[in-house]
Write a protein that binds this ligand. Sequence first.
Ligand code: NAD
Length: 716
Amino acid sequence: MIYEGKSLNVTLLPNGIAELVFDAQGSVNKFDRQTVSELDEATQALKSQSDVKGVLVRSNKSTFIVGADITEFTGLFDMPTEEVLTWVAKTSQVFDRFEDLPFPTISAINGFALGGGCEMTLACDLRVADTTAAIGLPEVKLGLMPGFGGTVRLPRLIGADNALEWMTTGRDRKAAKALAEGAVDAVVAPEKLRDAALSMLQDAIDGKFGWEARRAQKKAPLKLNKNESMMSFSTAKAMVFAQAGKHYPAPHAMVDTVANAARLDRAGALELENQGFTKLAKSDAAKAQVGIFLADQLVKSKGKKQAKASTKDVKQTAVLGAGIMGGGIAYQSAVKGTPVIMKDINQDALDLGLNEAAKILGKGMQRGKVTPAVMASTLNNIVPTLEYSAIKDVDLVIEAVVENPKVKGIVLKETEQNVSDDTVICSNTSTISINQLAQSLDKPERFCGMHFFNPVHKMPLVEIIRGEKTTDATIATVVAATLKMGKTPIVVNDCPGFLVNRVLFPYFAGFSKLVMDGADFVAVDKVMEKIFGWPMGPAYLLDVVGMDTADHASSVMADGIPERMQKIDNDPVTLLYKSERLGQKNGKGFYNFSVDKRGRPAKKAADEAYELFAPHCADKRDFDADEIIARVMIPMANEAIRCLEEGIVGSAAEADMALLYGLGFPPFRGGVFRYIETMGLANFVALADKYADLGPIYQISEGVREMAASGKSYFS
Ligand code: NAD
């Protein structure tokens, strides 16, 4: 044994080949600080051995190395800039020292070699992958660029164009594709991986592969003349701008770094990489995106843990109501393999629900994502019915009839009379209190909310609402069923609007007030989309939600939380609703919707809307972007804070993920809590105080004031 650590060890084989094996104790292989220092120690040990002729790097796990340890990032990136730079430069030098070993090196790649794992293979002279391998540099997804030599070695190995495609999209390559692009030298069957690598390494030792020249190429400037380089980098810049936009600095920084380093050797190029990496590591976007990664892990592991407690496997589901939501839920259950009975009171609705599912599958087939077999099995899995008798044996019922507490109450009562005693019953209500609905049931303990988002097949979130009487077993079953449907469950406690709609409606109220004070709704949408980064501004979103739904939901919210959410007389939503401008569903709302010459949907601000609003609004005036953002976002942030303080949601991380997955909160901002922390809690408090006179939705809680005063964070 040449070296033995906790994450890796090195042994010398009789033929003079040393085998460096990544084999982390109790976890997947990853580059945490400990592993990096062990790699350095192993490299020094290898260098000092006179009888080593070559090194094979491989993994003893089912996957090579998954990347850096992202849980360490928050602490690392919180260090002062100079210290982050020193850390990344020092780590990078570990990879350089490995690359500079005085004999050939090869990596044998199985499963994932991502981020630091990919960078480890790039530091080797040769790479052989097995057919399970997937190799890539996904750092961009965390708002970062590859470090540890990734931006230097990959372009020198596979060309700048290909390397930039890898790095700016973050997509990994399967073994065959990596081979075709020159990122690996051979692909073999998994059982042959070690032998193939040993044999290639022996060939290299025997002088067959010209490993010194290959190594020299990775350490030299890029082989591009001026014209090629201009073409390459300006195309990459244009592509990145079109795809990533201005809110995501990482892909732009990568192109600049590779371009500026093109004429430099390894040392010079790495200096630029280290600087670029550090700058991104200190950016708000990276903080937000790393935060999202960690919050996502938290939500996923919480979900898995809750589901594990489930004693009931949902093998058959029923959906009541075959409308927009019922149809979508039925499709989602069916496509993920759980048969579903779809019940409505109306045959036309059933036909429409089935057609909707067929339409989604048809689109999937066109894009080559759905096979005819999946289409057939999914449609077979949905059984339409008008009869309650059909649902008597189901494990889970999801009620998705009209948003009317009386109708829902009757439907839930009828459901309970038609299912077995241990059937779990859920409501997909978007606003009505689960405790209120539970009153219709004899056994409220088996009842909870299961709030899907529209369109169901695209939106990842399901908000699961625990009522006062809901048991843990019920929650466990519903969480497990949600995971089985391929969705992300977040469990919250009951209140009007639950978490997501409870924070959305104050945002809408802030928007209404802004328009009534003279703002142009188009200008507000523009700021909230282009500058803040929402997929849709509030006016457009209201058109999509529908004015009938929004008006109704705001009444429910006003009843439930009268101290803050009283309806505003003659606000734009009410005015549009009263004049039957329902939004996208009838082609007219804030905007008029039409189809352009090429058949694409188009929208134009409606003169009729301006005319409707004018008598109830102040004279039109310009608001600057900061004021627009503050006036709509403070109410949302305030309500999110109250939800956390009242225990409606378990943590700031879960709230952020719920808004990201349920509303499309801009990922580069990381969620509403990350947004106010990026601003600084003290700044948030000062900003909210500035607008406090506008009404209770702007007035902050004592809790946040104390948090700000004591310098605390919602994430610690
Ligand atoms: P929808 O009007 O499209 O569909 C409701 C369906 O329920 C209709 O097909 C109707 O025929 C059927 N129905 C009415 N009474 C019934 C009964 N007694 N038994 C069986 N079926 C009955 O409504 P939707 O938009 O699908 O909303 C359904 C529920 O989902 C509501 O509670 C709504 O708040 C909630 N929700 C809606 C959205 C959304 O964006 N549309 C999002 C999340 C949650």
